[in-house]
Design a protein around this ligand. Structure first.
Ligand SMILES: Nc1ncnc2c1ncn2[C@@H]1O[C@H](COP(=O)(O)OP(=O)(O)OP(=O)(O)O)[C@@H](O)[C@H]1O
Length: 227
């Protein structure tokens, strides 16, 4: 099967610093691919490139065989949804937020989305900007799923969550992948990586240091770049 994303010699330079340095790897079209690495290793930059929020300085990325640079960002983002490290909620209620993604979303579909991310159904009528950081993270994930994307990109989606809510989202990532929606999941939690990953990409100072199955990588702790 051809790659979901083909990454070829990807280099991103900003302010004379290489945030990504000649990264070449494939992201497969099924399963959960986790991107791991210490803080500042370039994980978010890689994810942002996959969503056309950053452009390569040199190198190229393909999506299902098509050069990303030739695709309209809005068209791509309807297929490749992204959840950011810092959640951004819009004015209005939780339901209003979900309907920014799909204006035709029924009340029952909106409620089902909340349930998938571990939020109570009665949160639908809450004013979105009264939510806690962890609740907002889950709302943003629900909003990303409202359009039934082909792919989900998630950047530290559980960073503000307790253990139980983290488990709900880890399970969701695995279920999405099992249902045919590949997931690219950034984390620096090695335990989380082992719980959900089928494939791992590891970055260190912008360089690819590992691409392969999770076996063989440390089983717990935070990735500080050591082995
Ligand atoms: N526009 C920019 N200009 C200059 N430096 C940048 C820019 N964006 C990011 N950086 C730097 O590039 C490096 C990689 O950032 P990135 O956010 O991709 O890392 P990360 O692995 O996701 O980190 P974290 O785990 O802390 O979120 C960091 O040192 C960051 O400060």
């Amino acid at each position: 099967m051809s790659a979901l994303f083909g990454i070829d010699g990807l280099t991103v330079t900003r302010d004379n610093t290489r945030l990504l340095d000649e990264v070449t790897t494939d992201i497969p079209g099924s399963g959960v691919t986790t991107v791991i690495g210490a803080s500042g290793s370039g994980k978010s930059t890689l994810l942002r490139c996959l969503n056309l929020l950053e452009s390569p300085t040199t190198g190229a990325i393909t999506y299902r065989g098509t050069d990303l640079a030739t695709l309209d960002p809005r068209t791509l983002r309807r297929k490749v949804a992204m959840v950011f490290q810092k959640p951004t909620v819009f004015a209005g209620t939780v339901a209003d937020n979900l309907r920014t993604a799909d204006p035709r979303l029924s009340d029952s579909d909106a409620a089902a989305l909340l349930t998938r991310v571990g939020l109570p159904v009665d949160a639908l009528n809450r004013v979105a900007d009264t939510m806690s950081g962890g609740e907002a993270q889950r709302l943003c994930l629900a909003r990303a799923l409202a359009t039934a994307p082909e792919v989900l990109l998630a950047d530290e989606a559980t960073s503000a969550l307790d253990e139980a809510s983290t488990a709900v989202l880890e399970n969701l990532a695995v279920q999405l992948a099992a249902g045919g929606t590949p997931v690219v999941w950034v984390t620096h939690d090695m335990g989380q990586m082992h719980r959900i990953a089928d494939q791992v990409i590891r970055l260190d100072h912008g360089r690819l240091t590992y691409a392969g199955p999770p076996a063989g990588l440390p089983v717990s702790g935070h990735d500080d770049g050591s082995r």
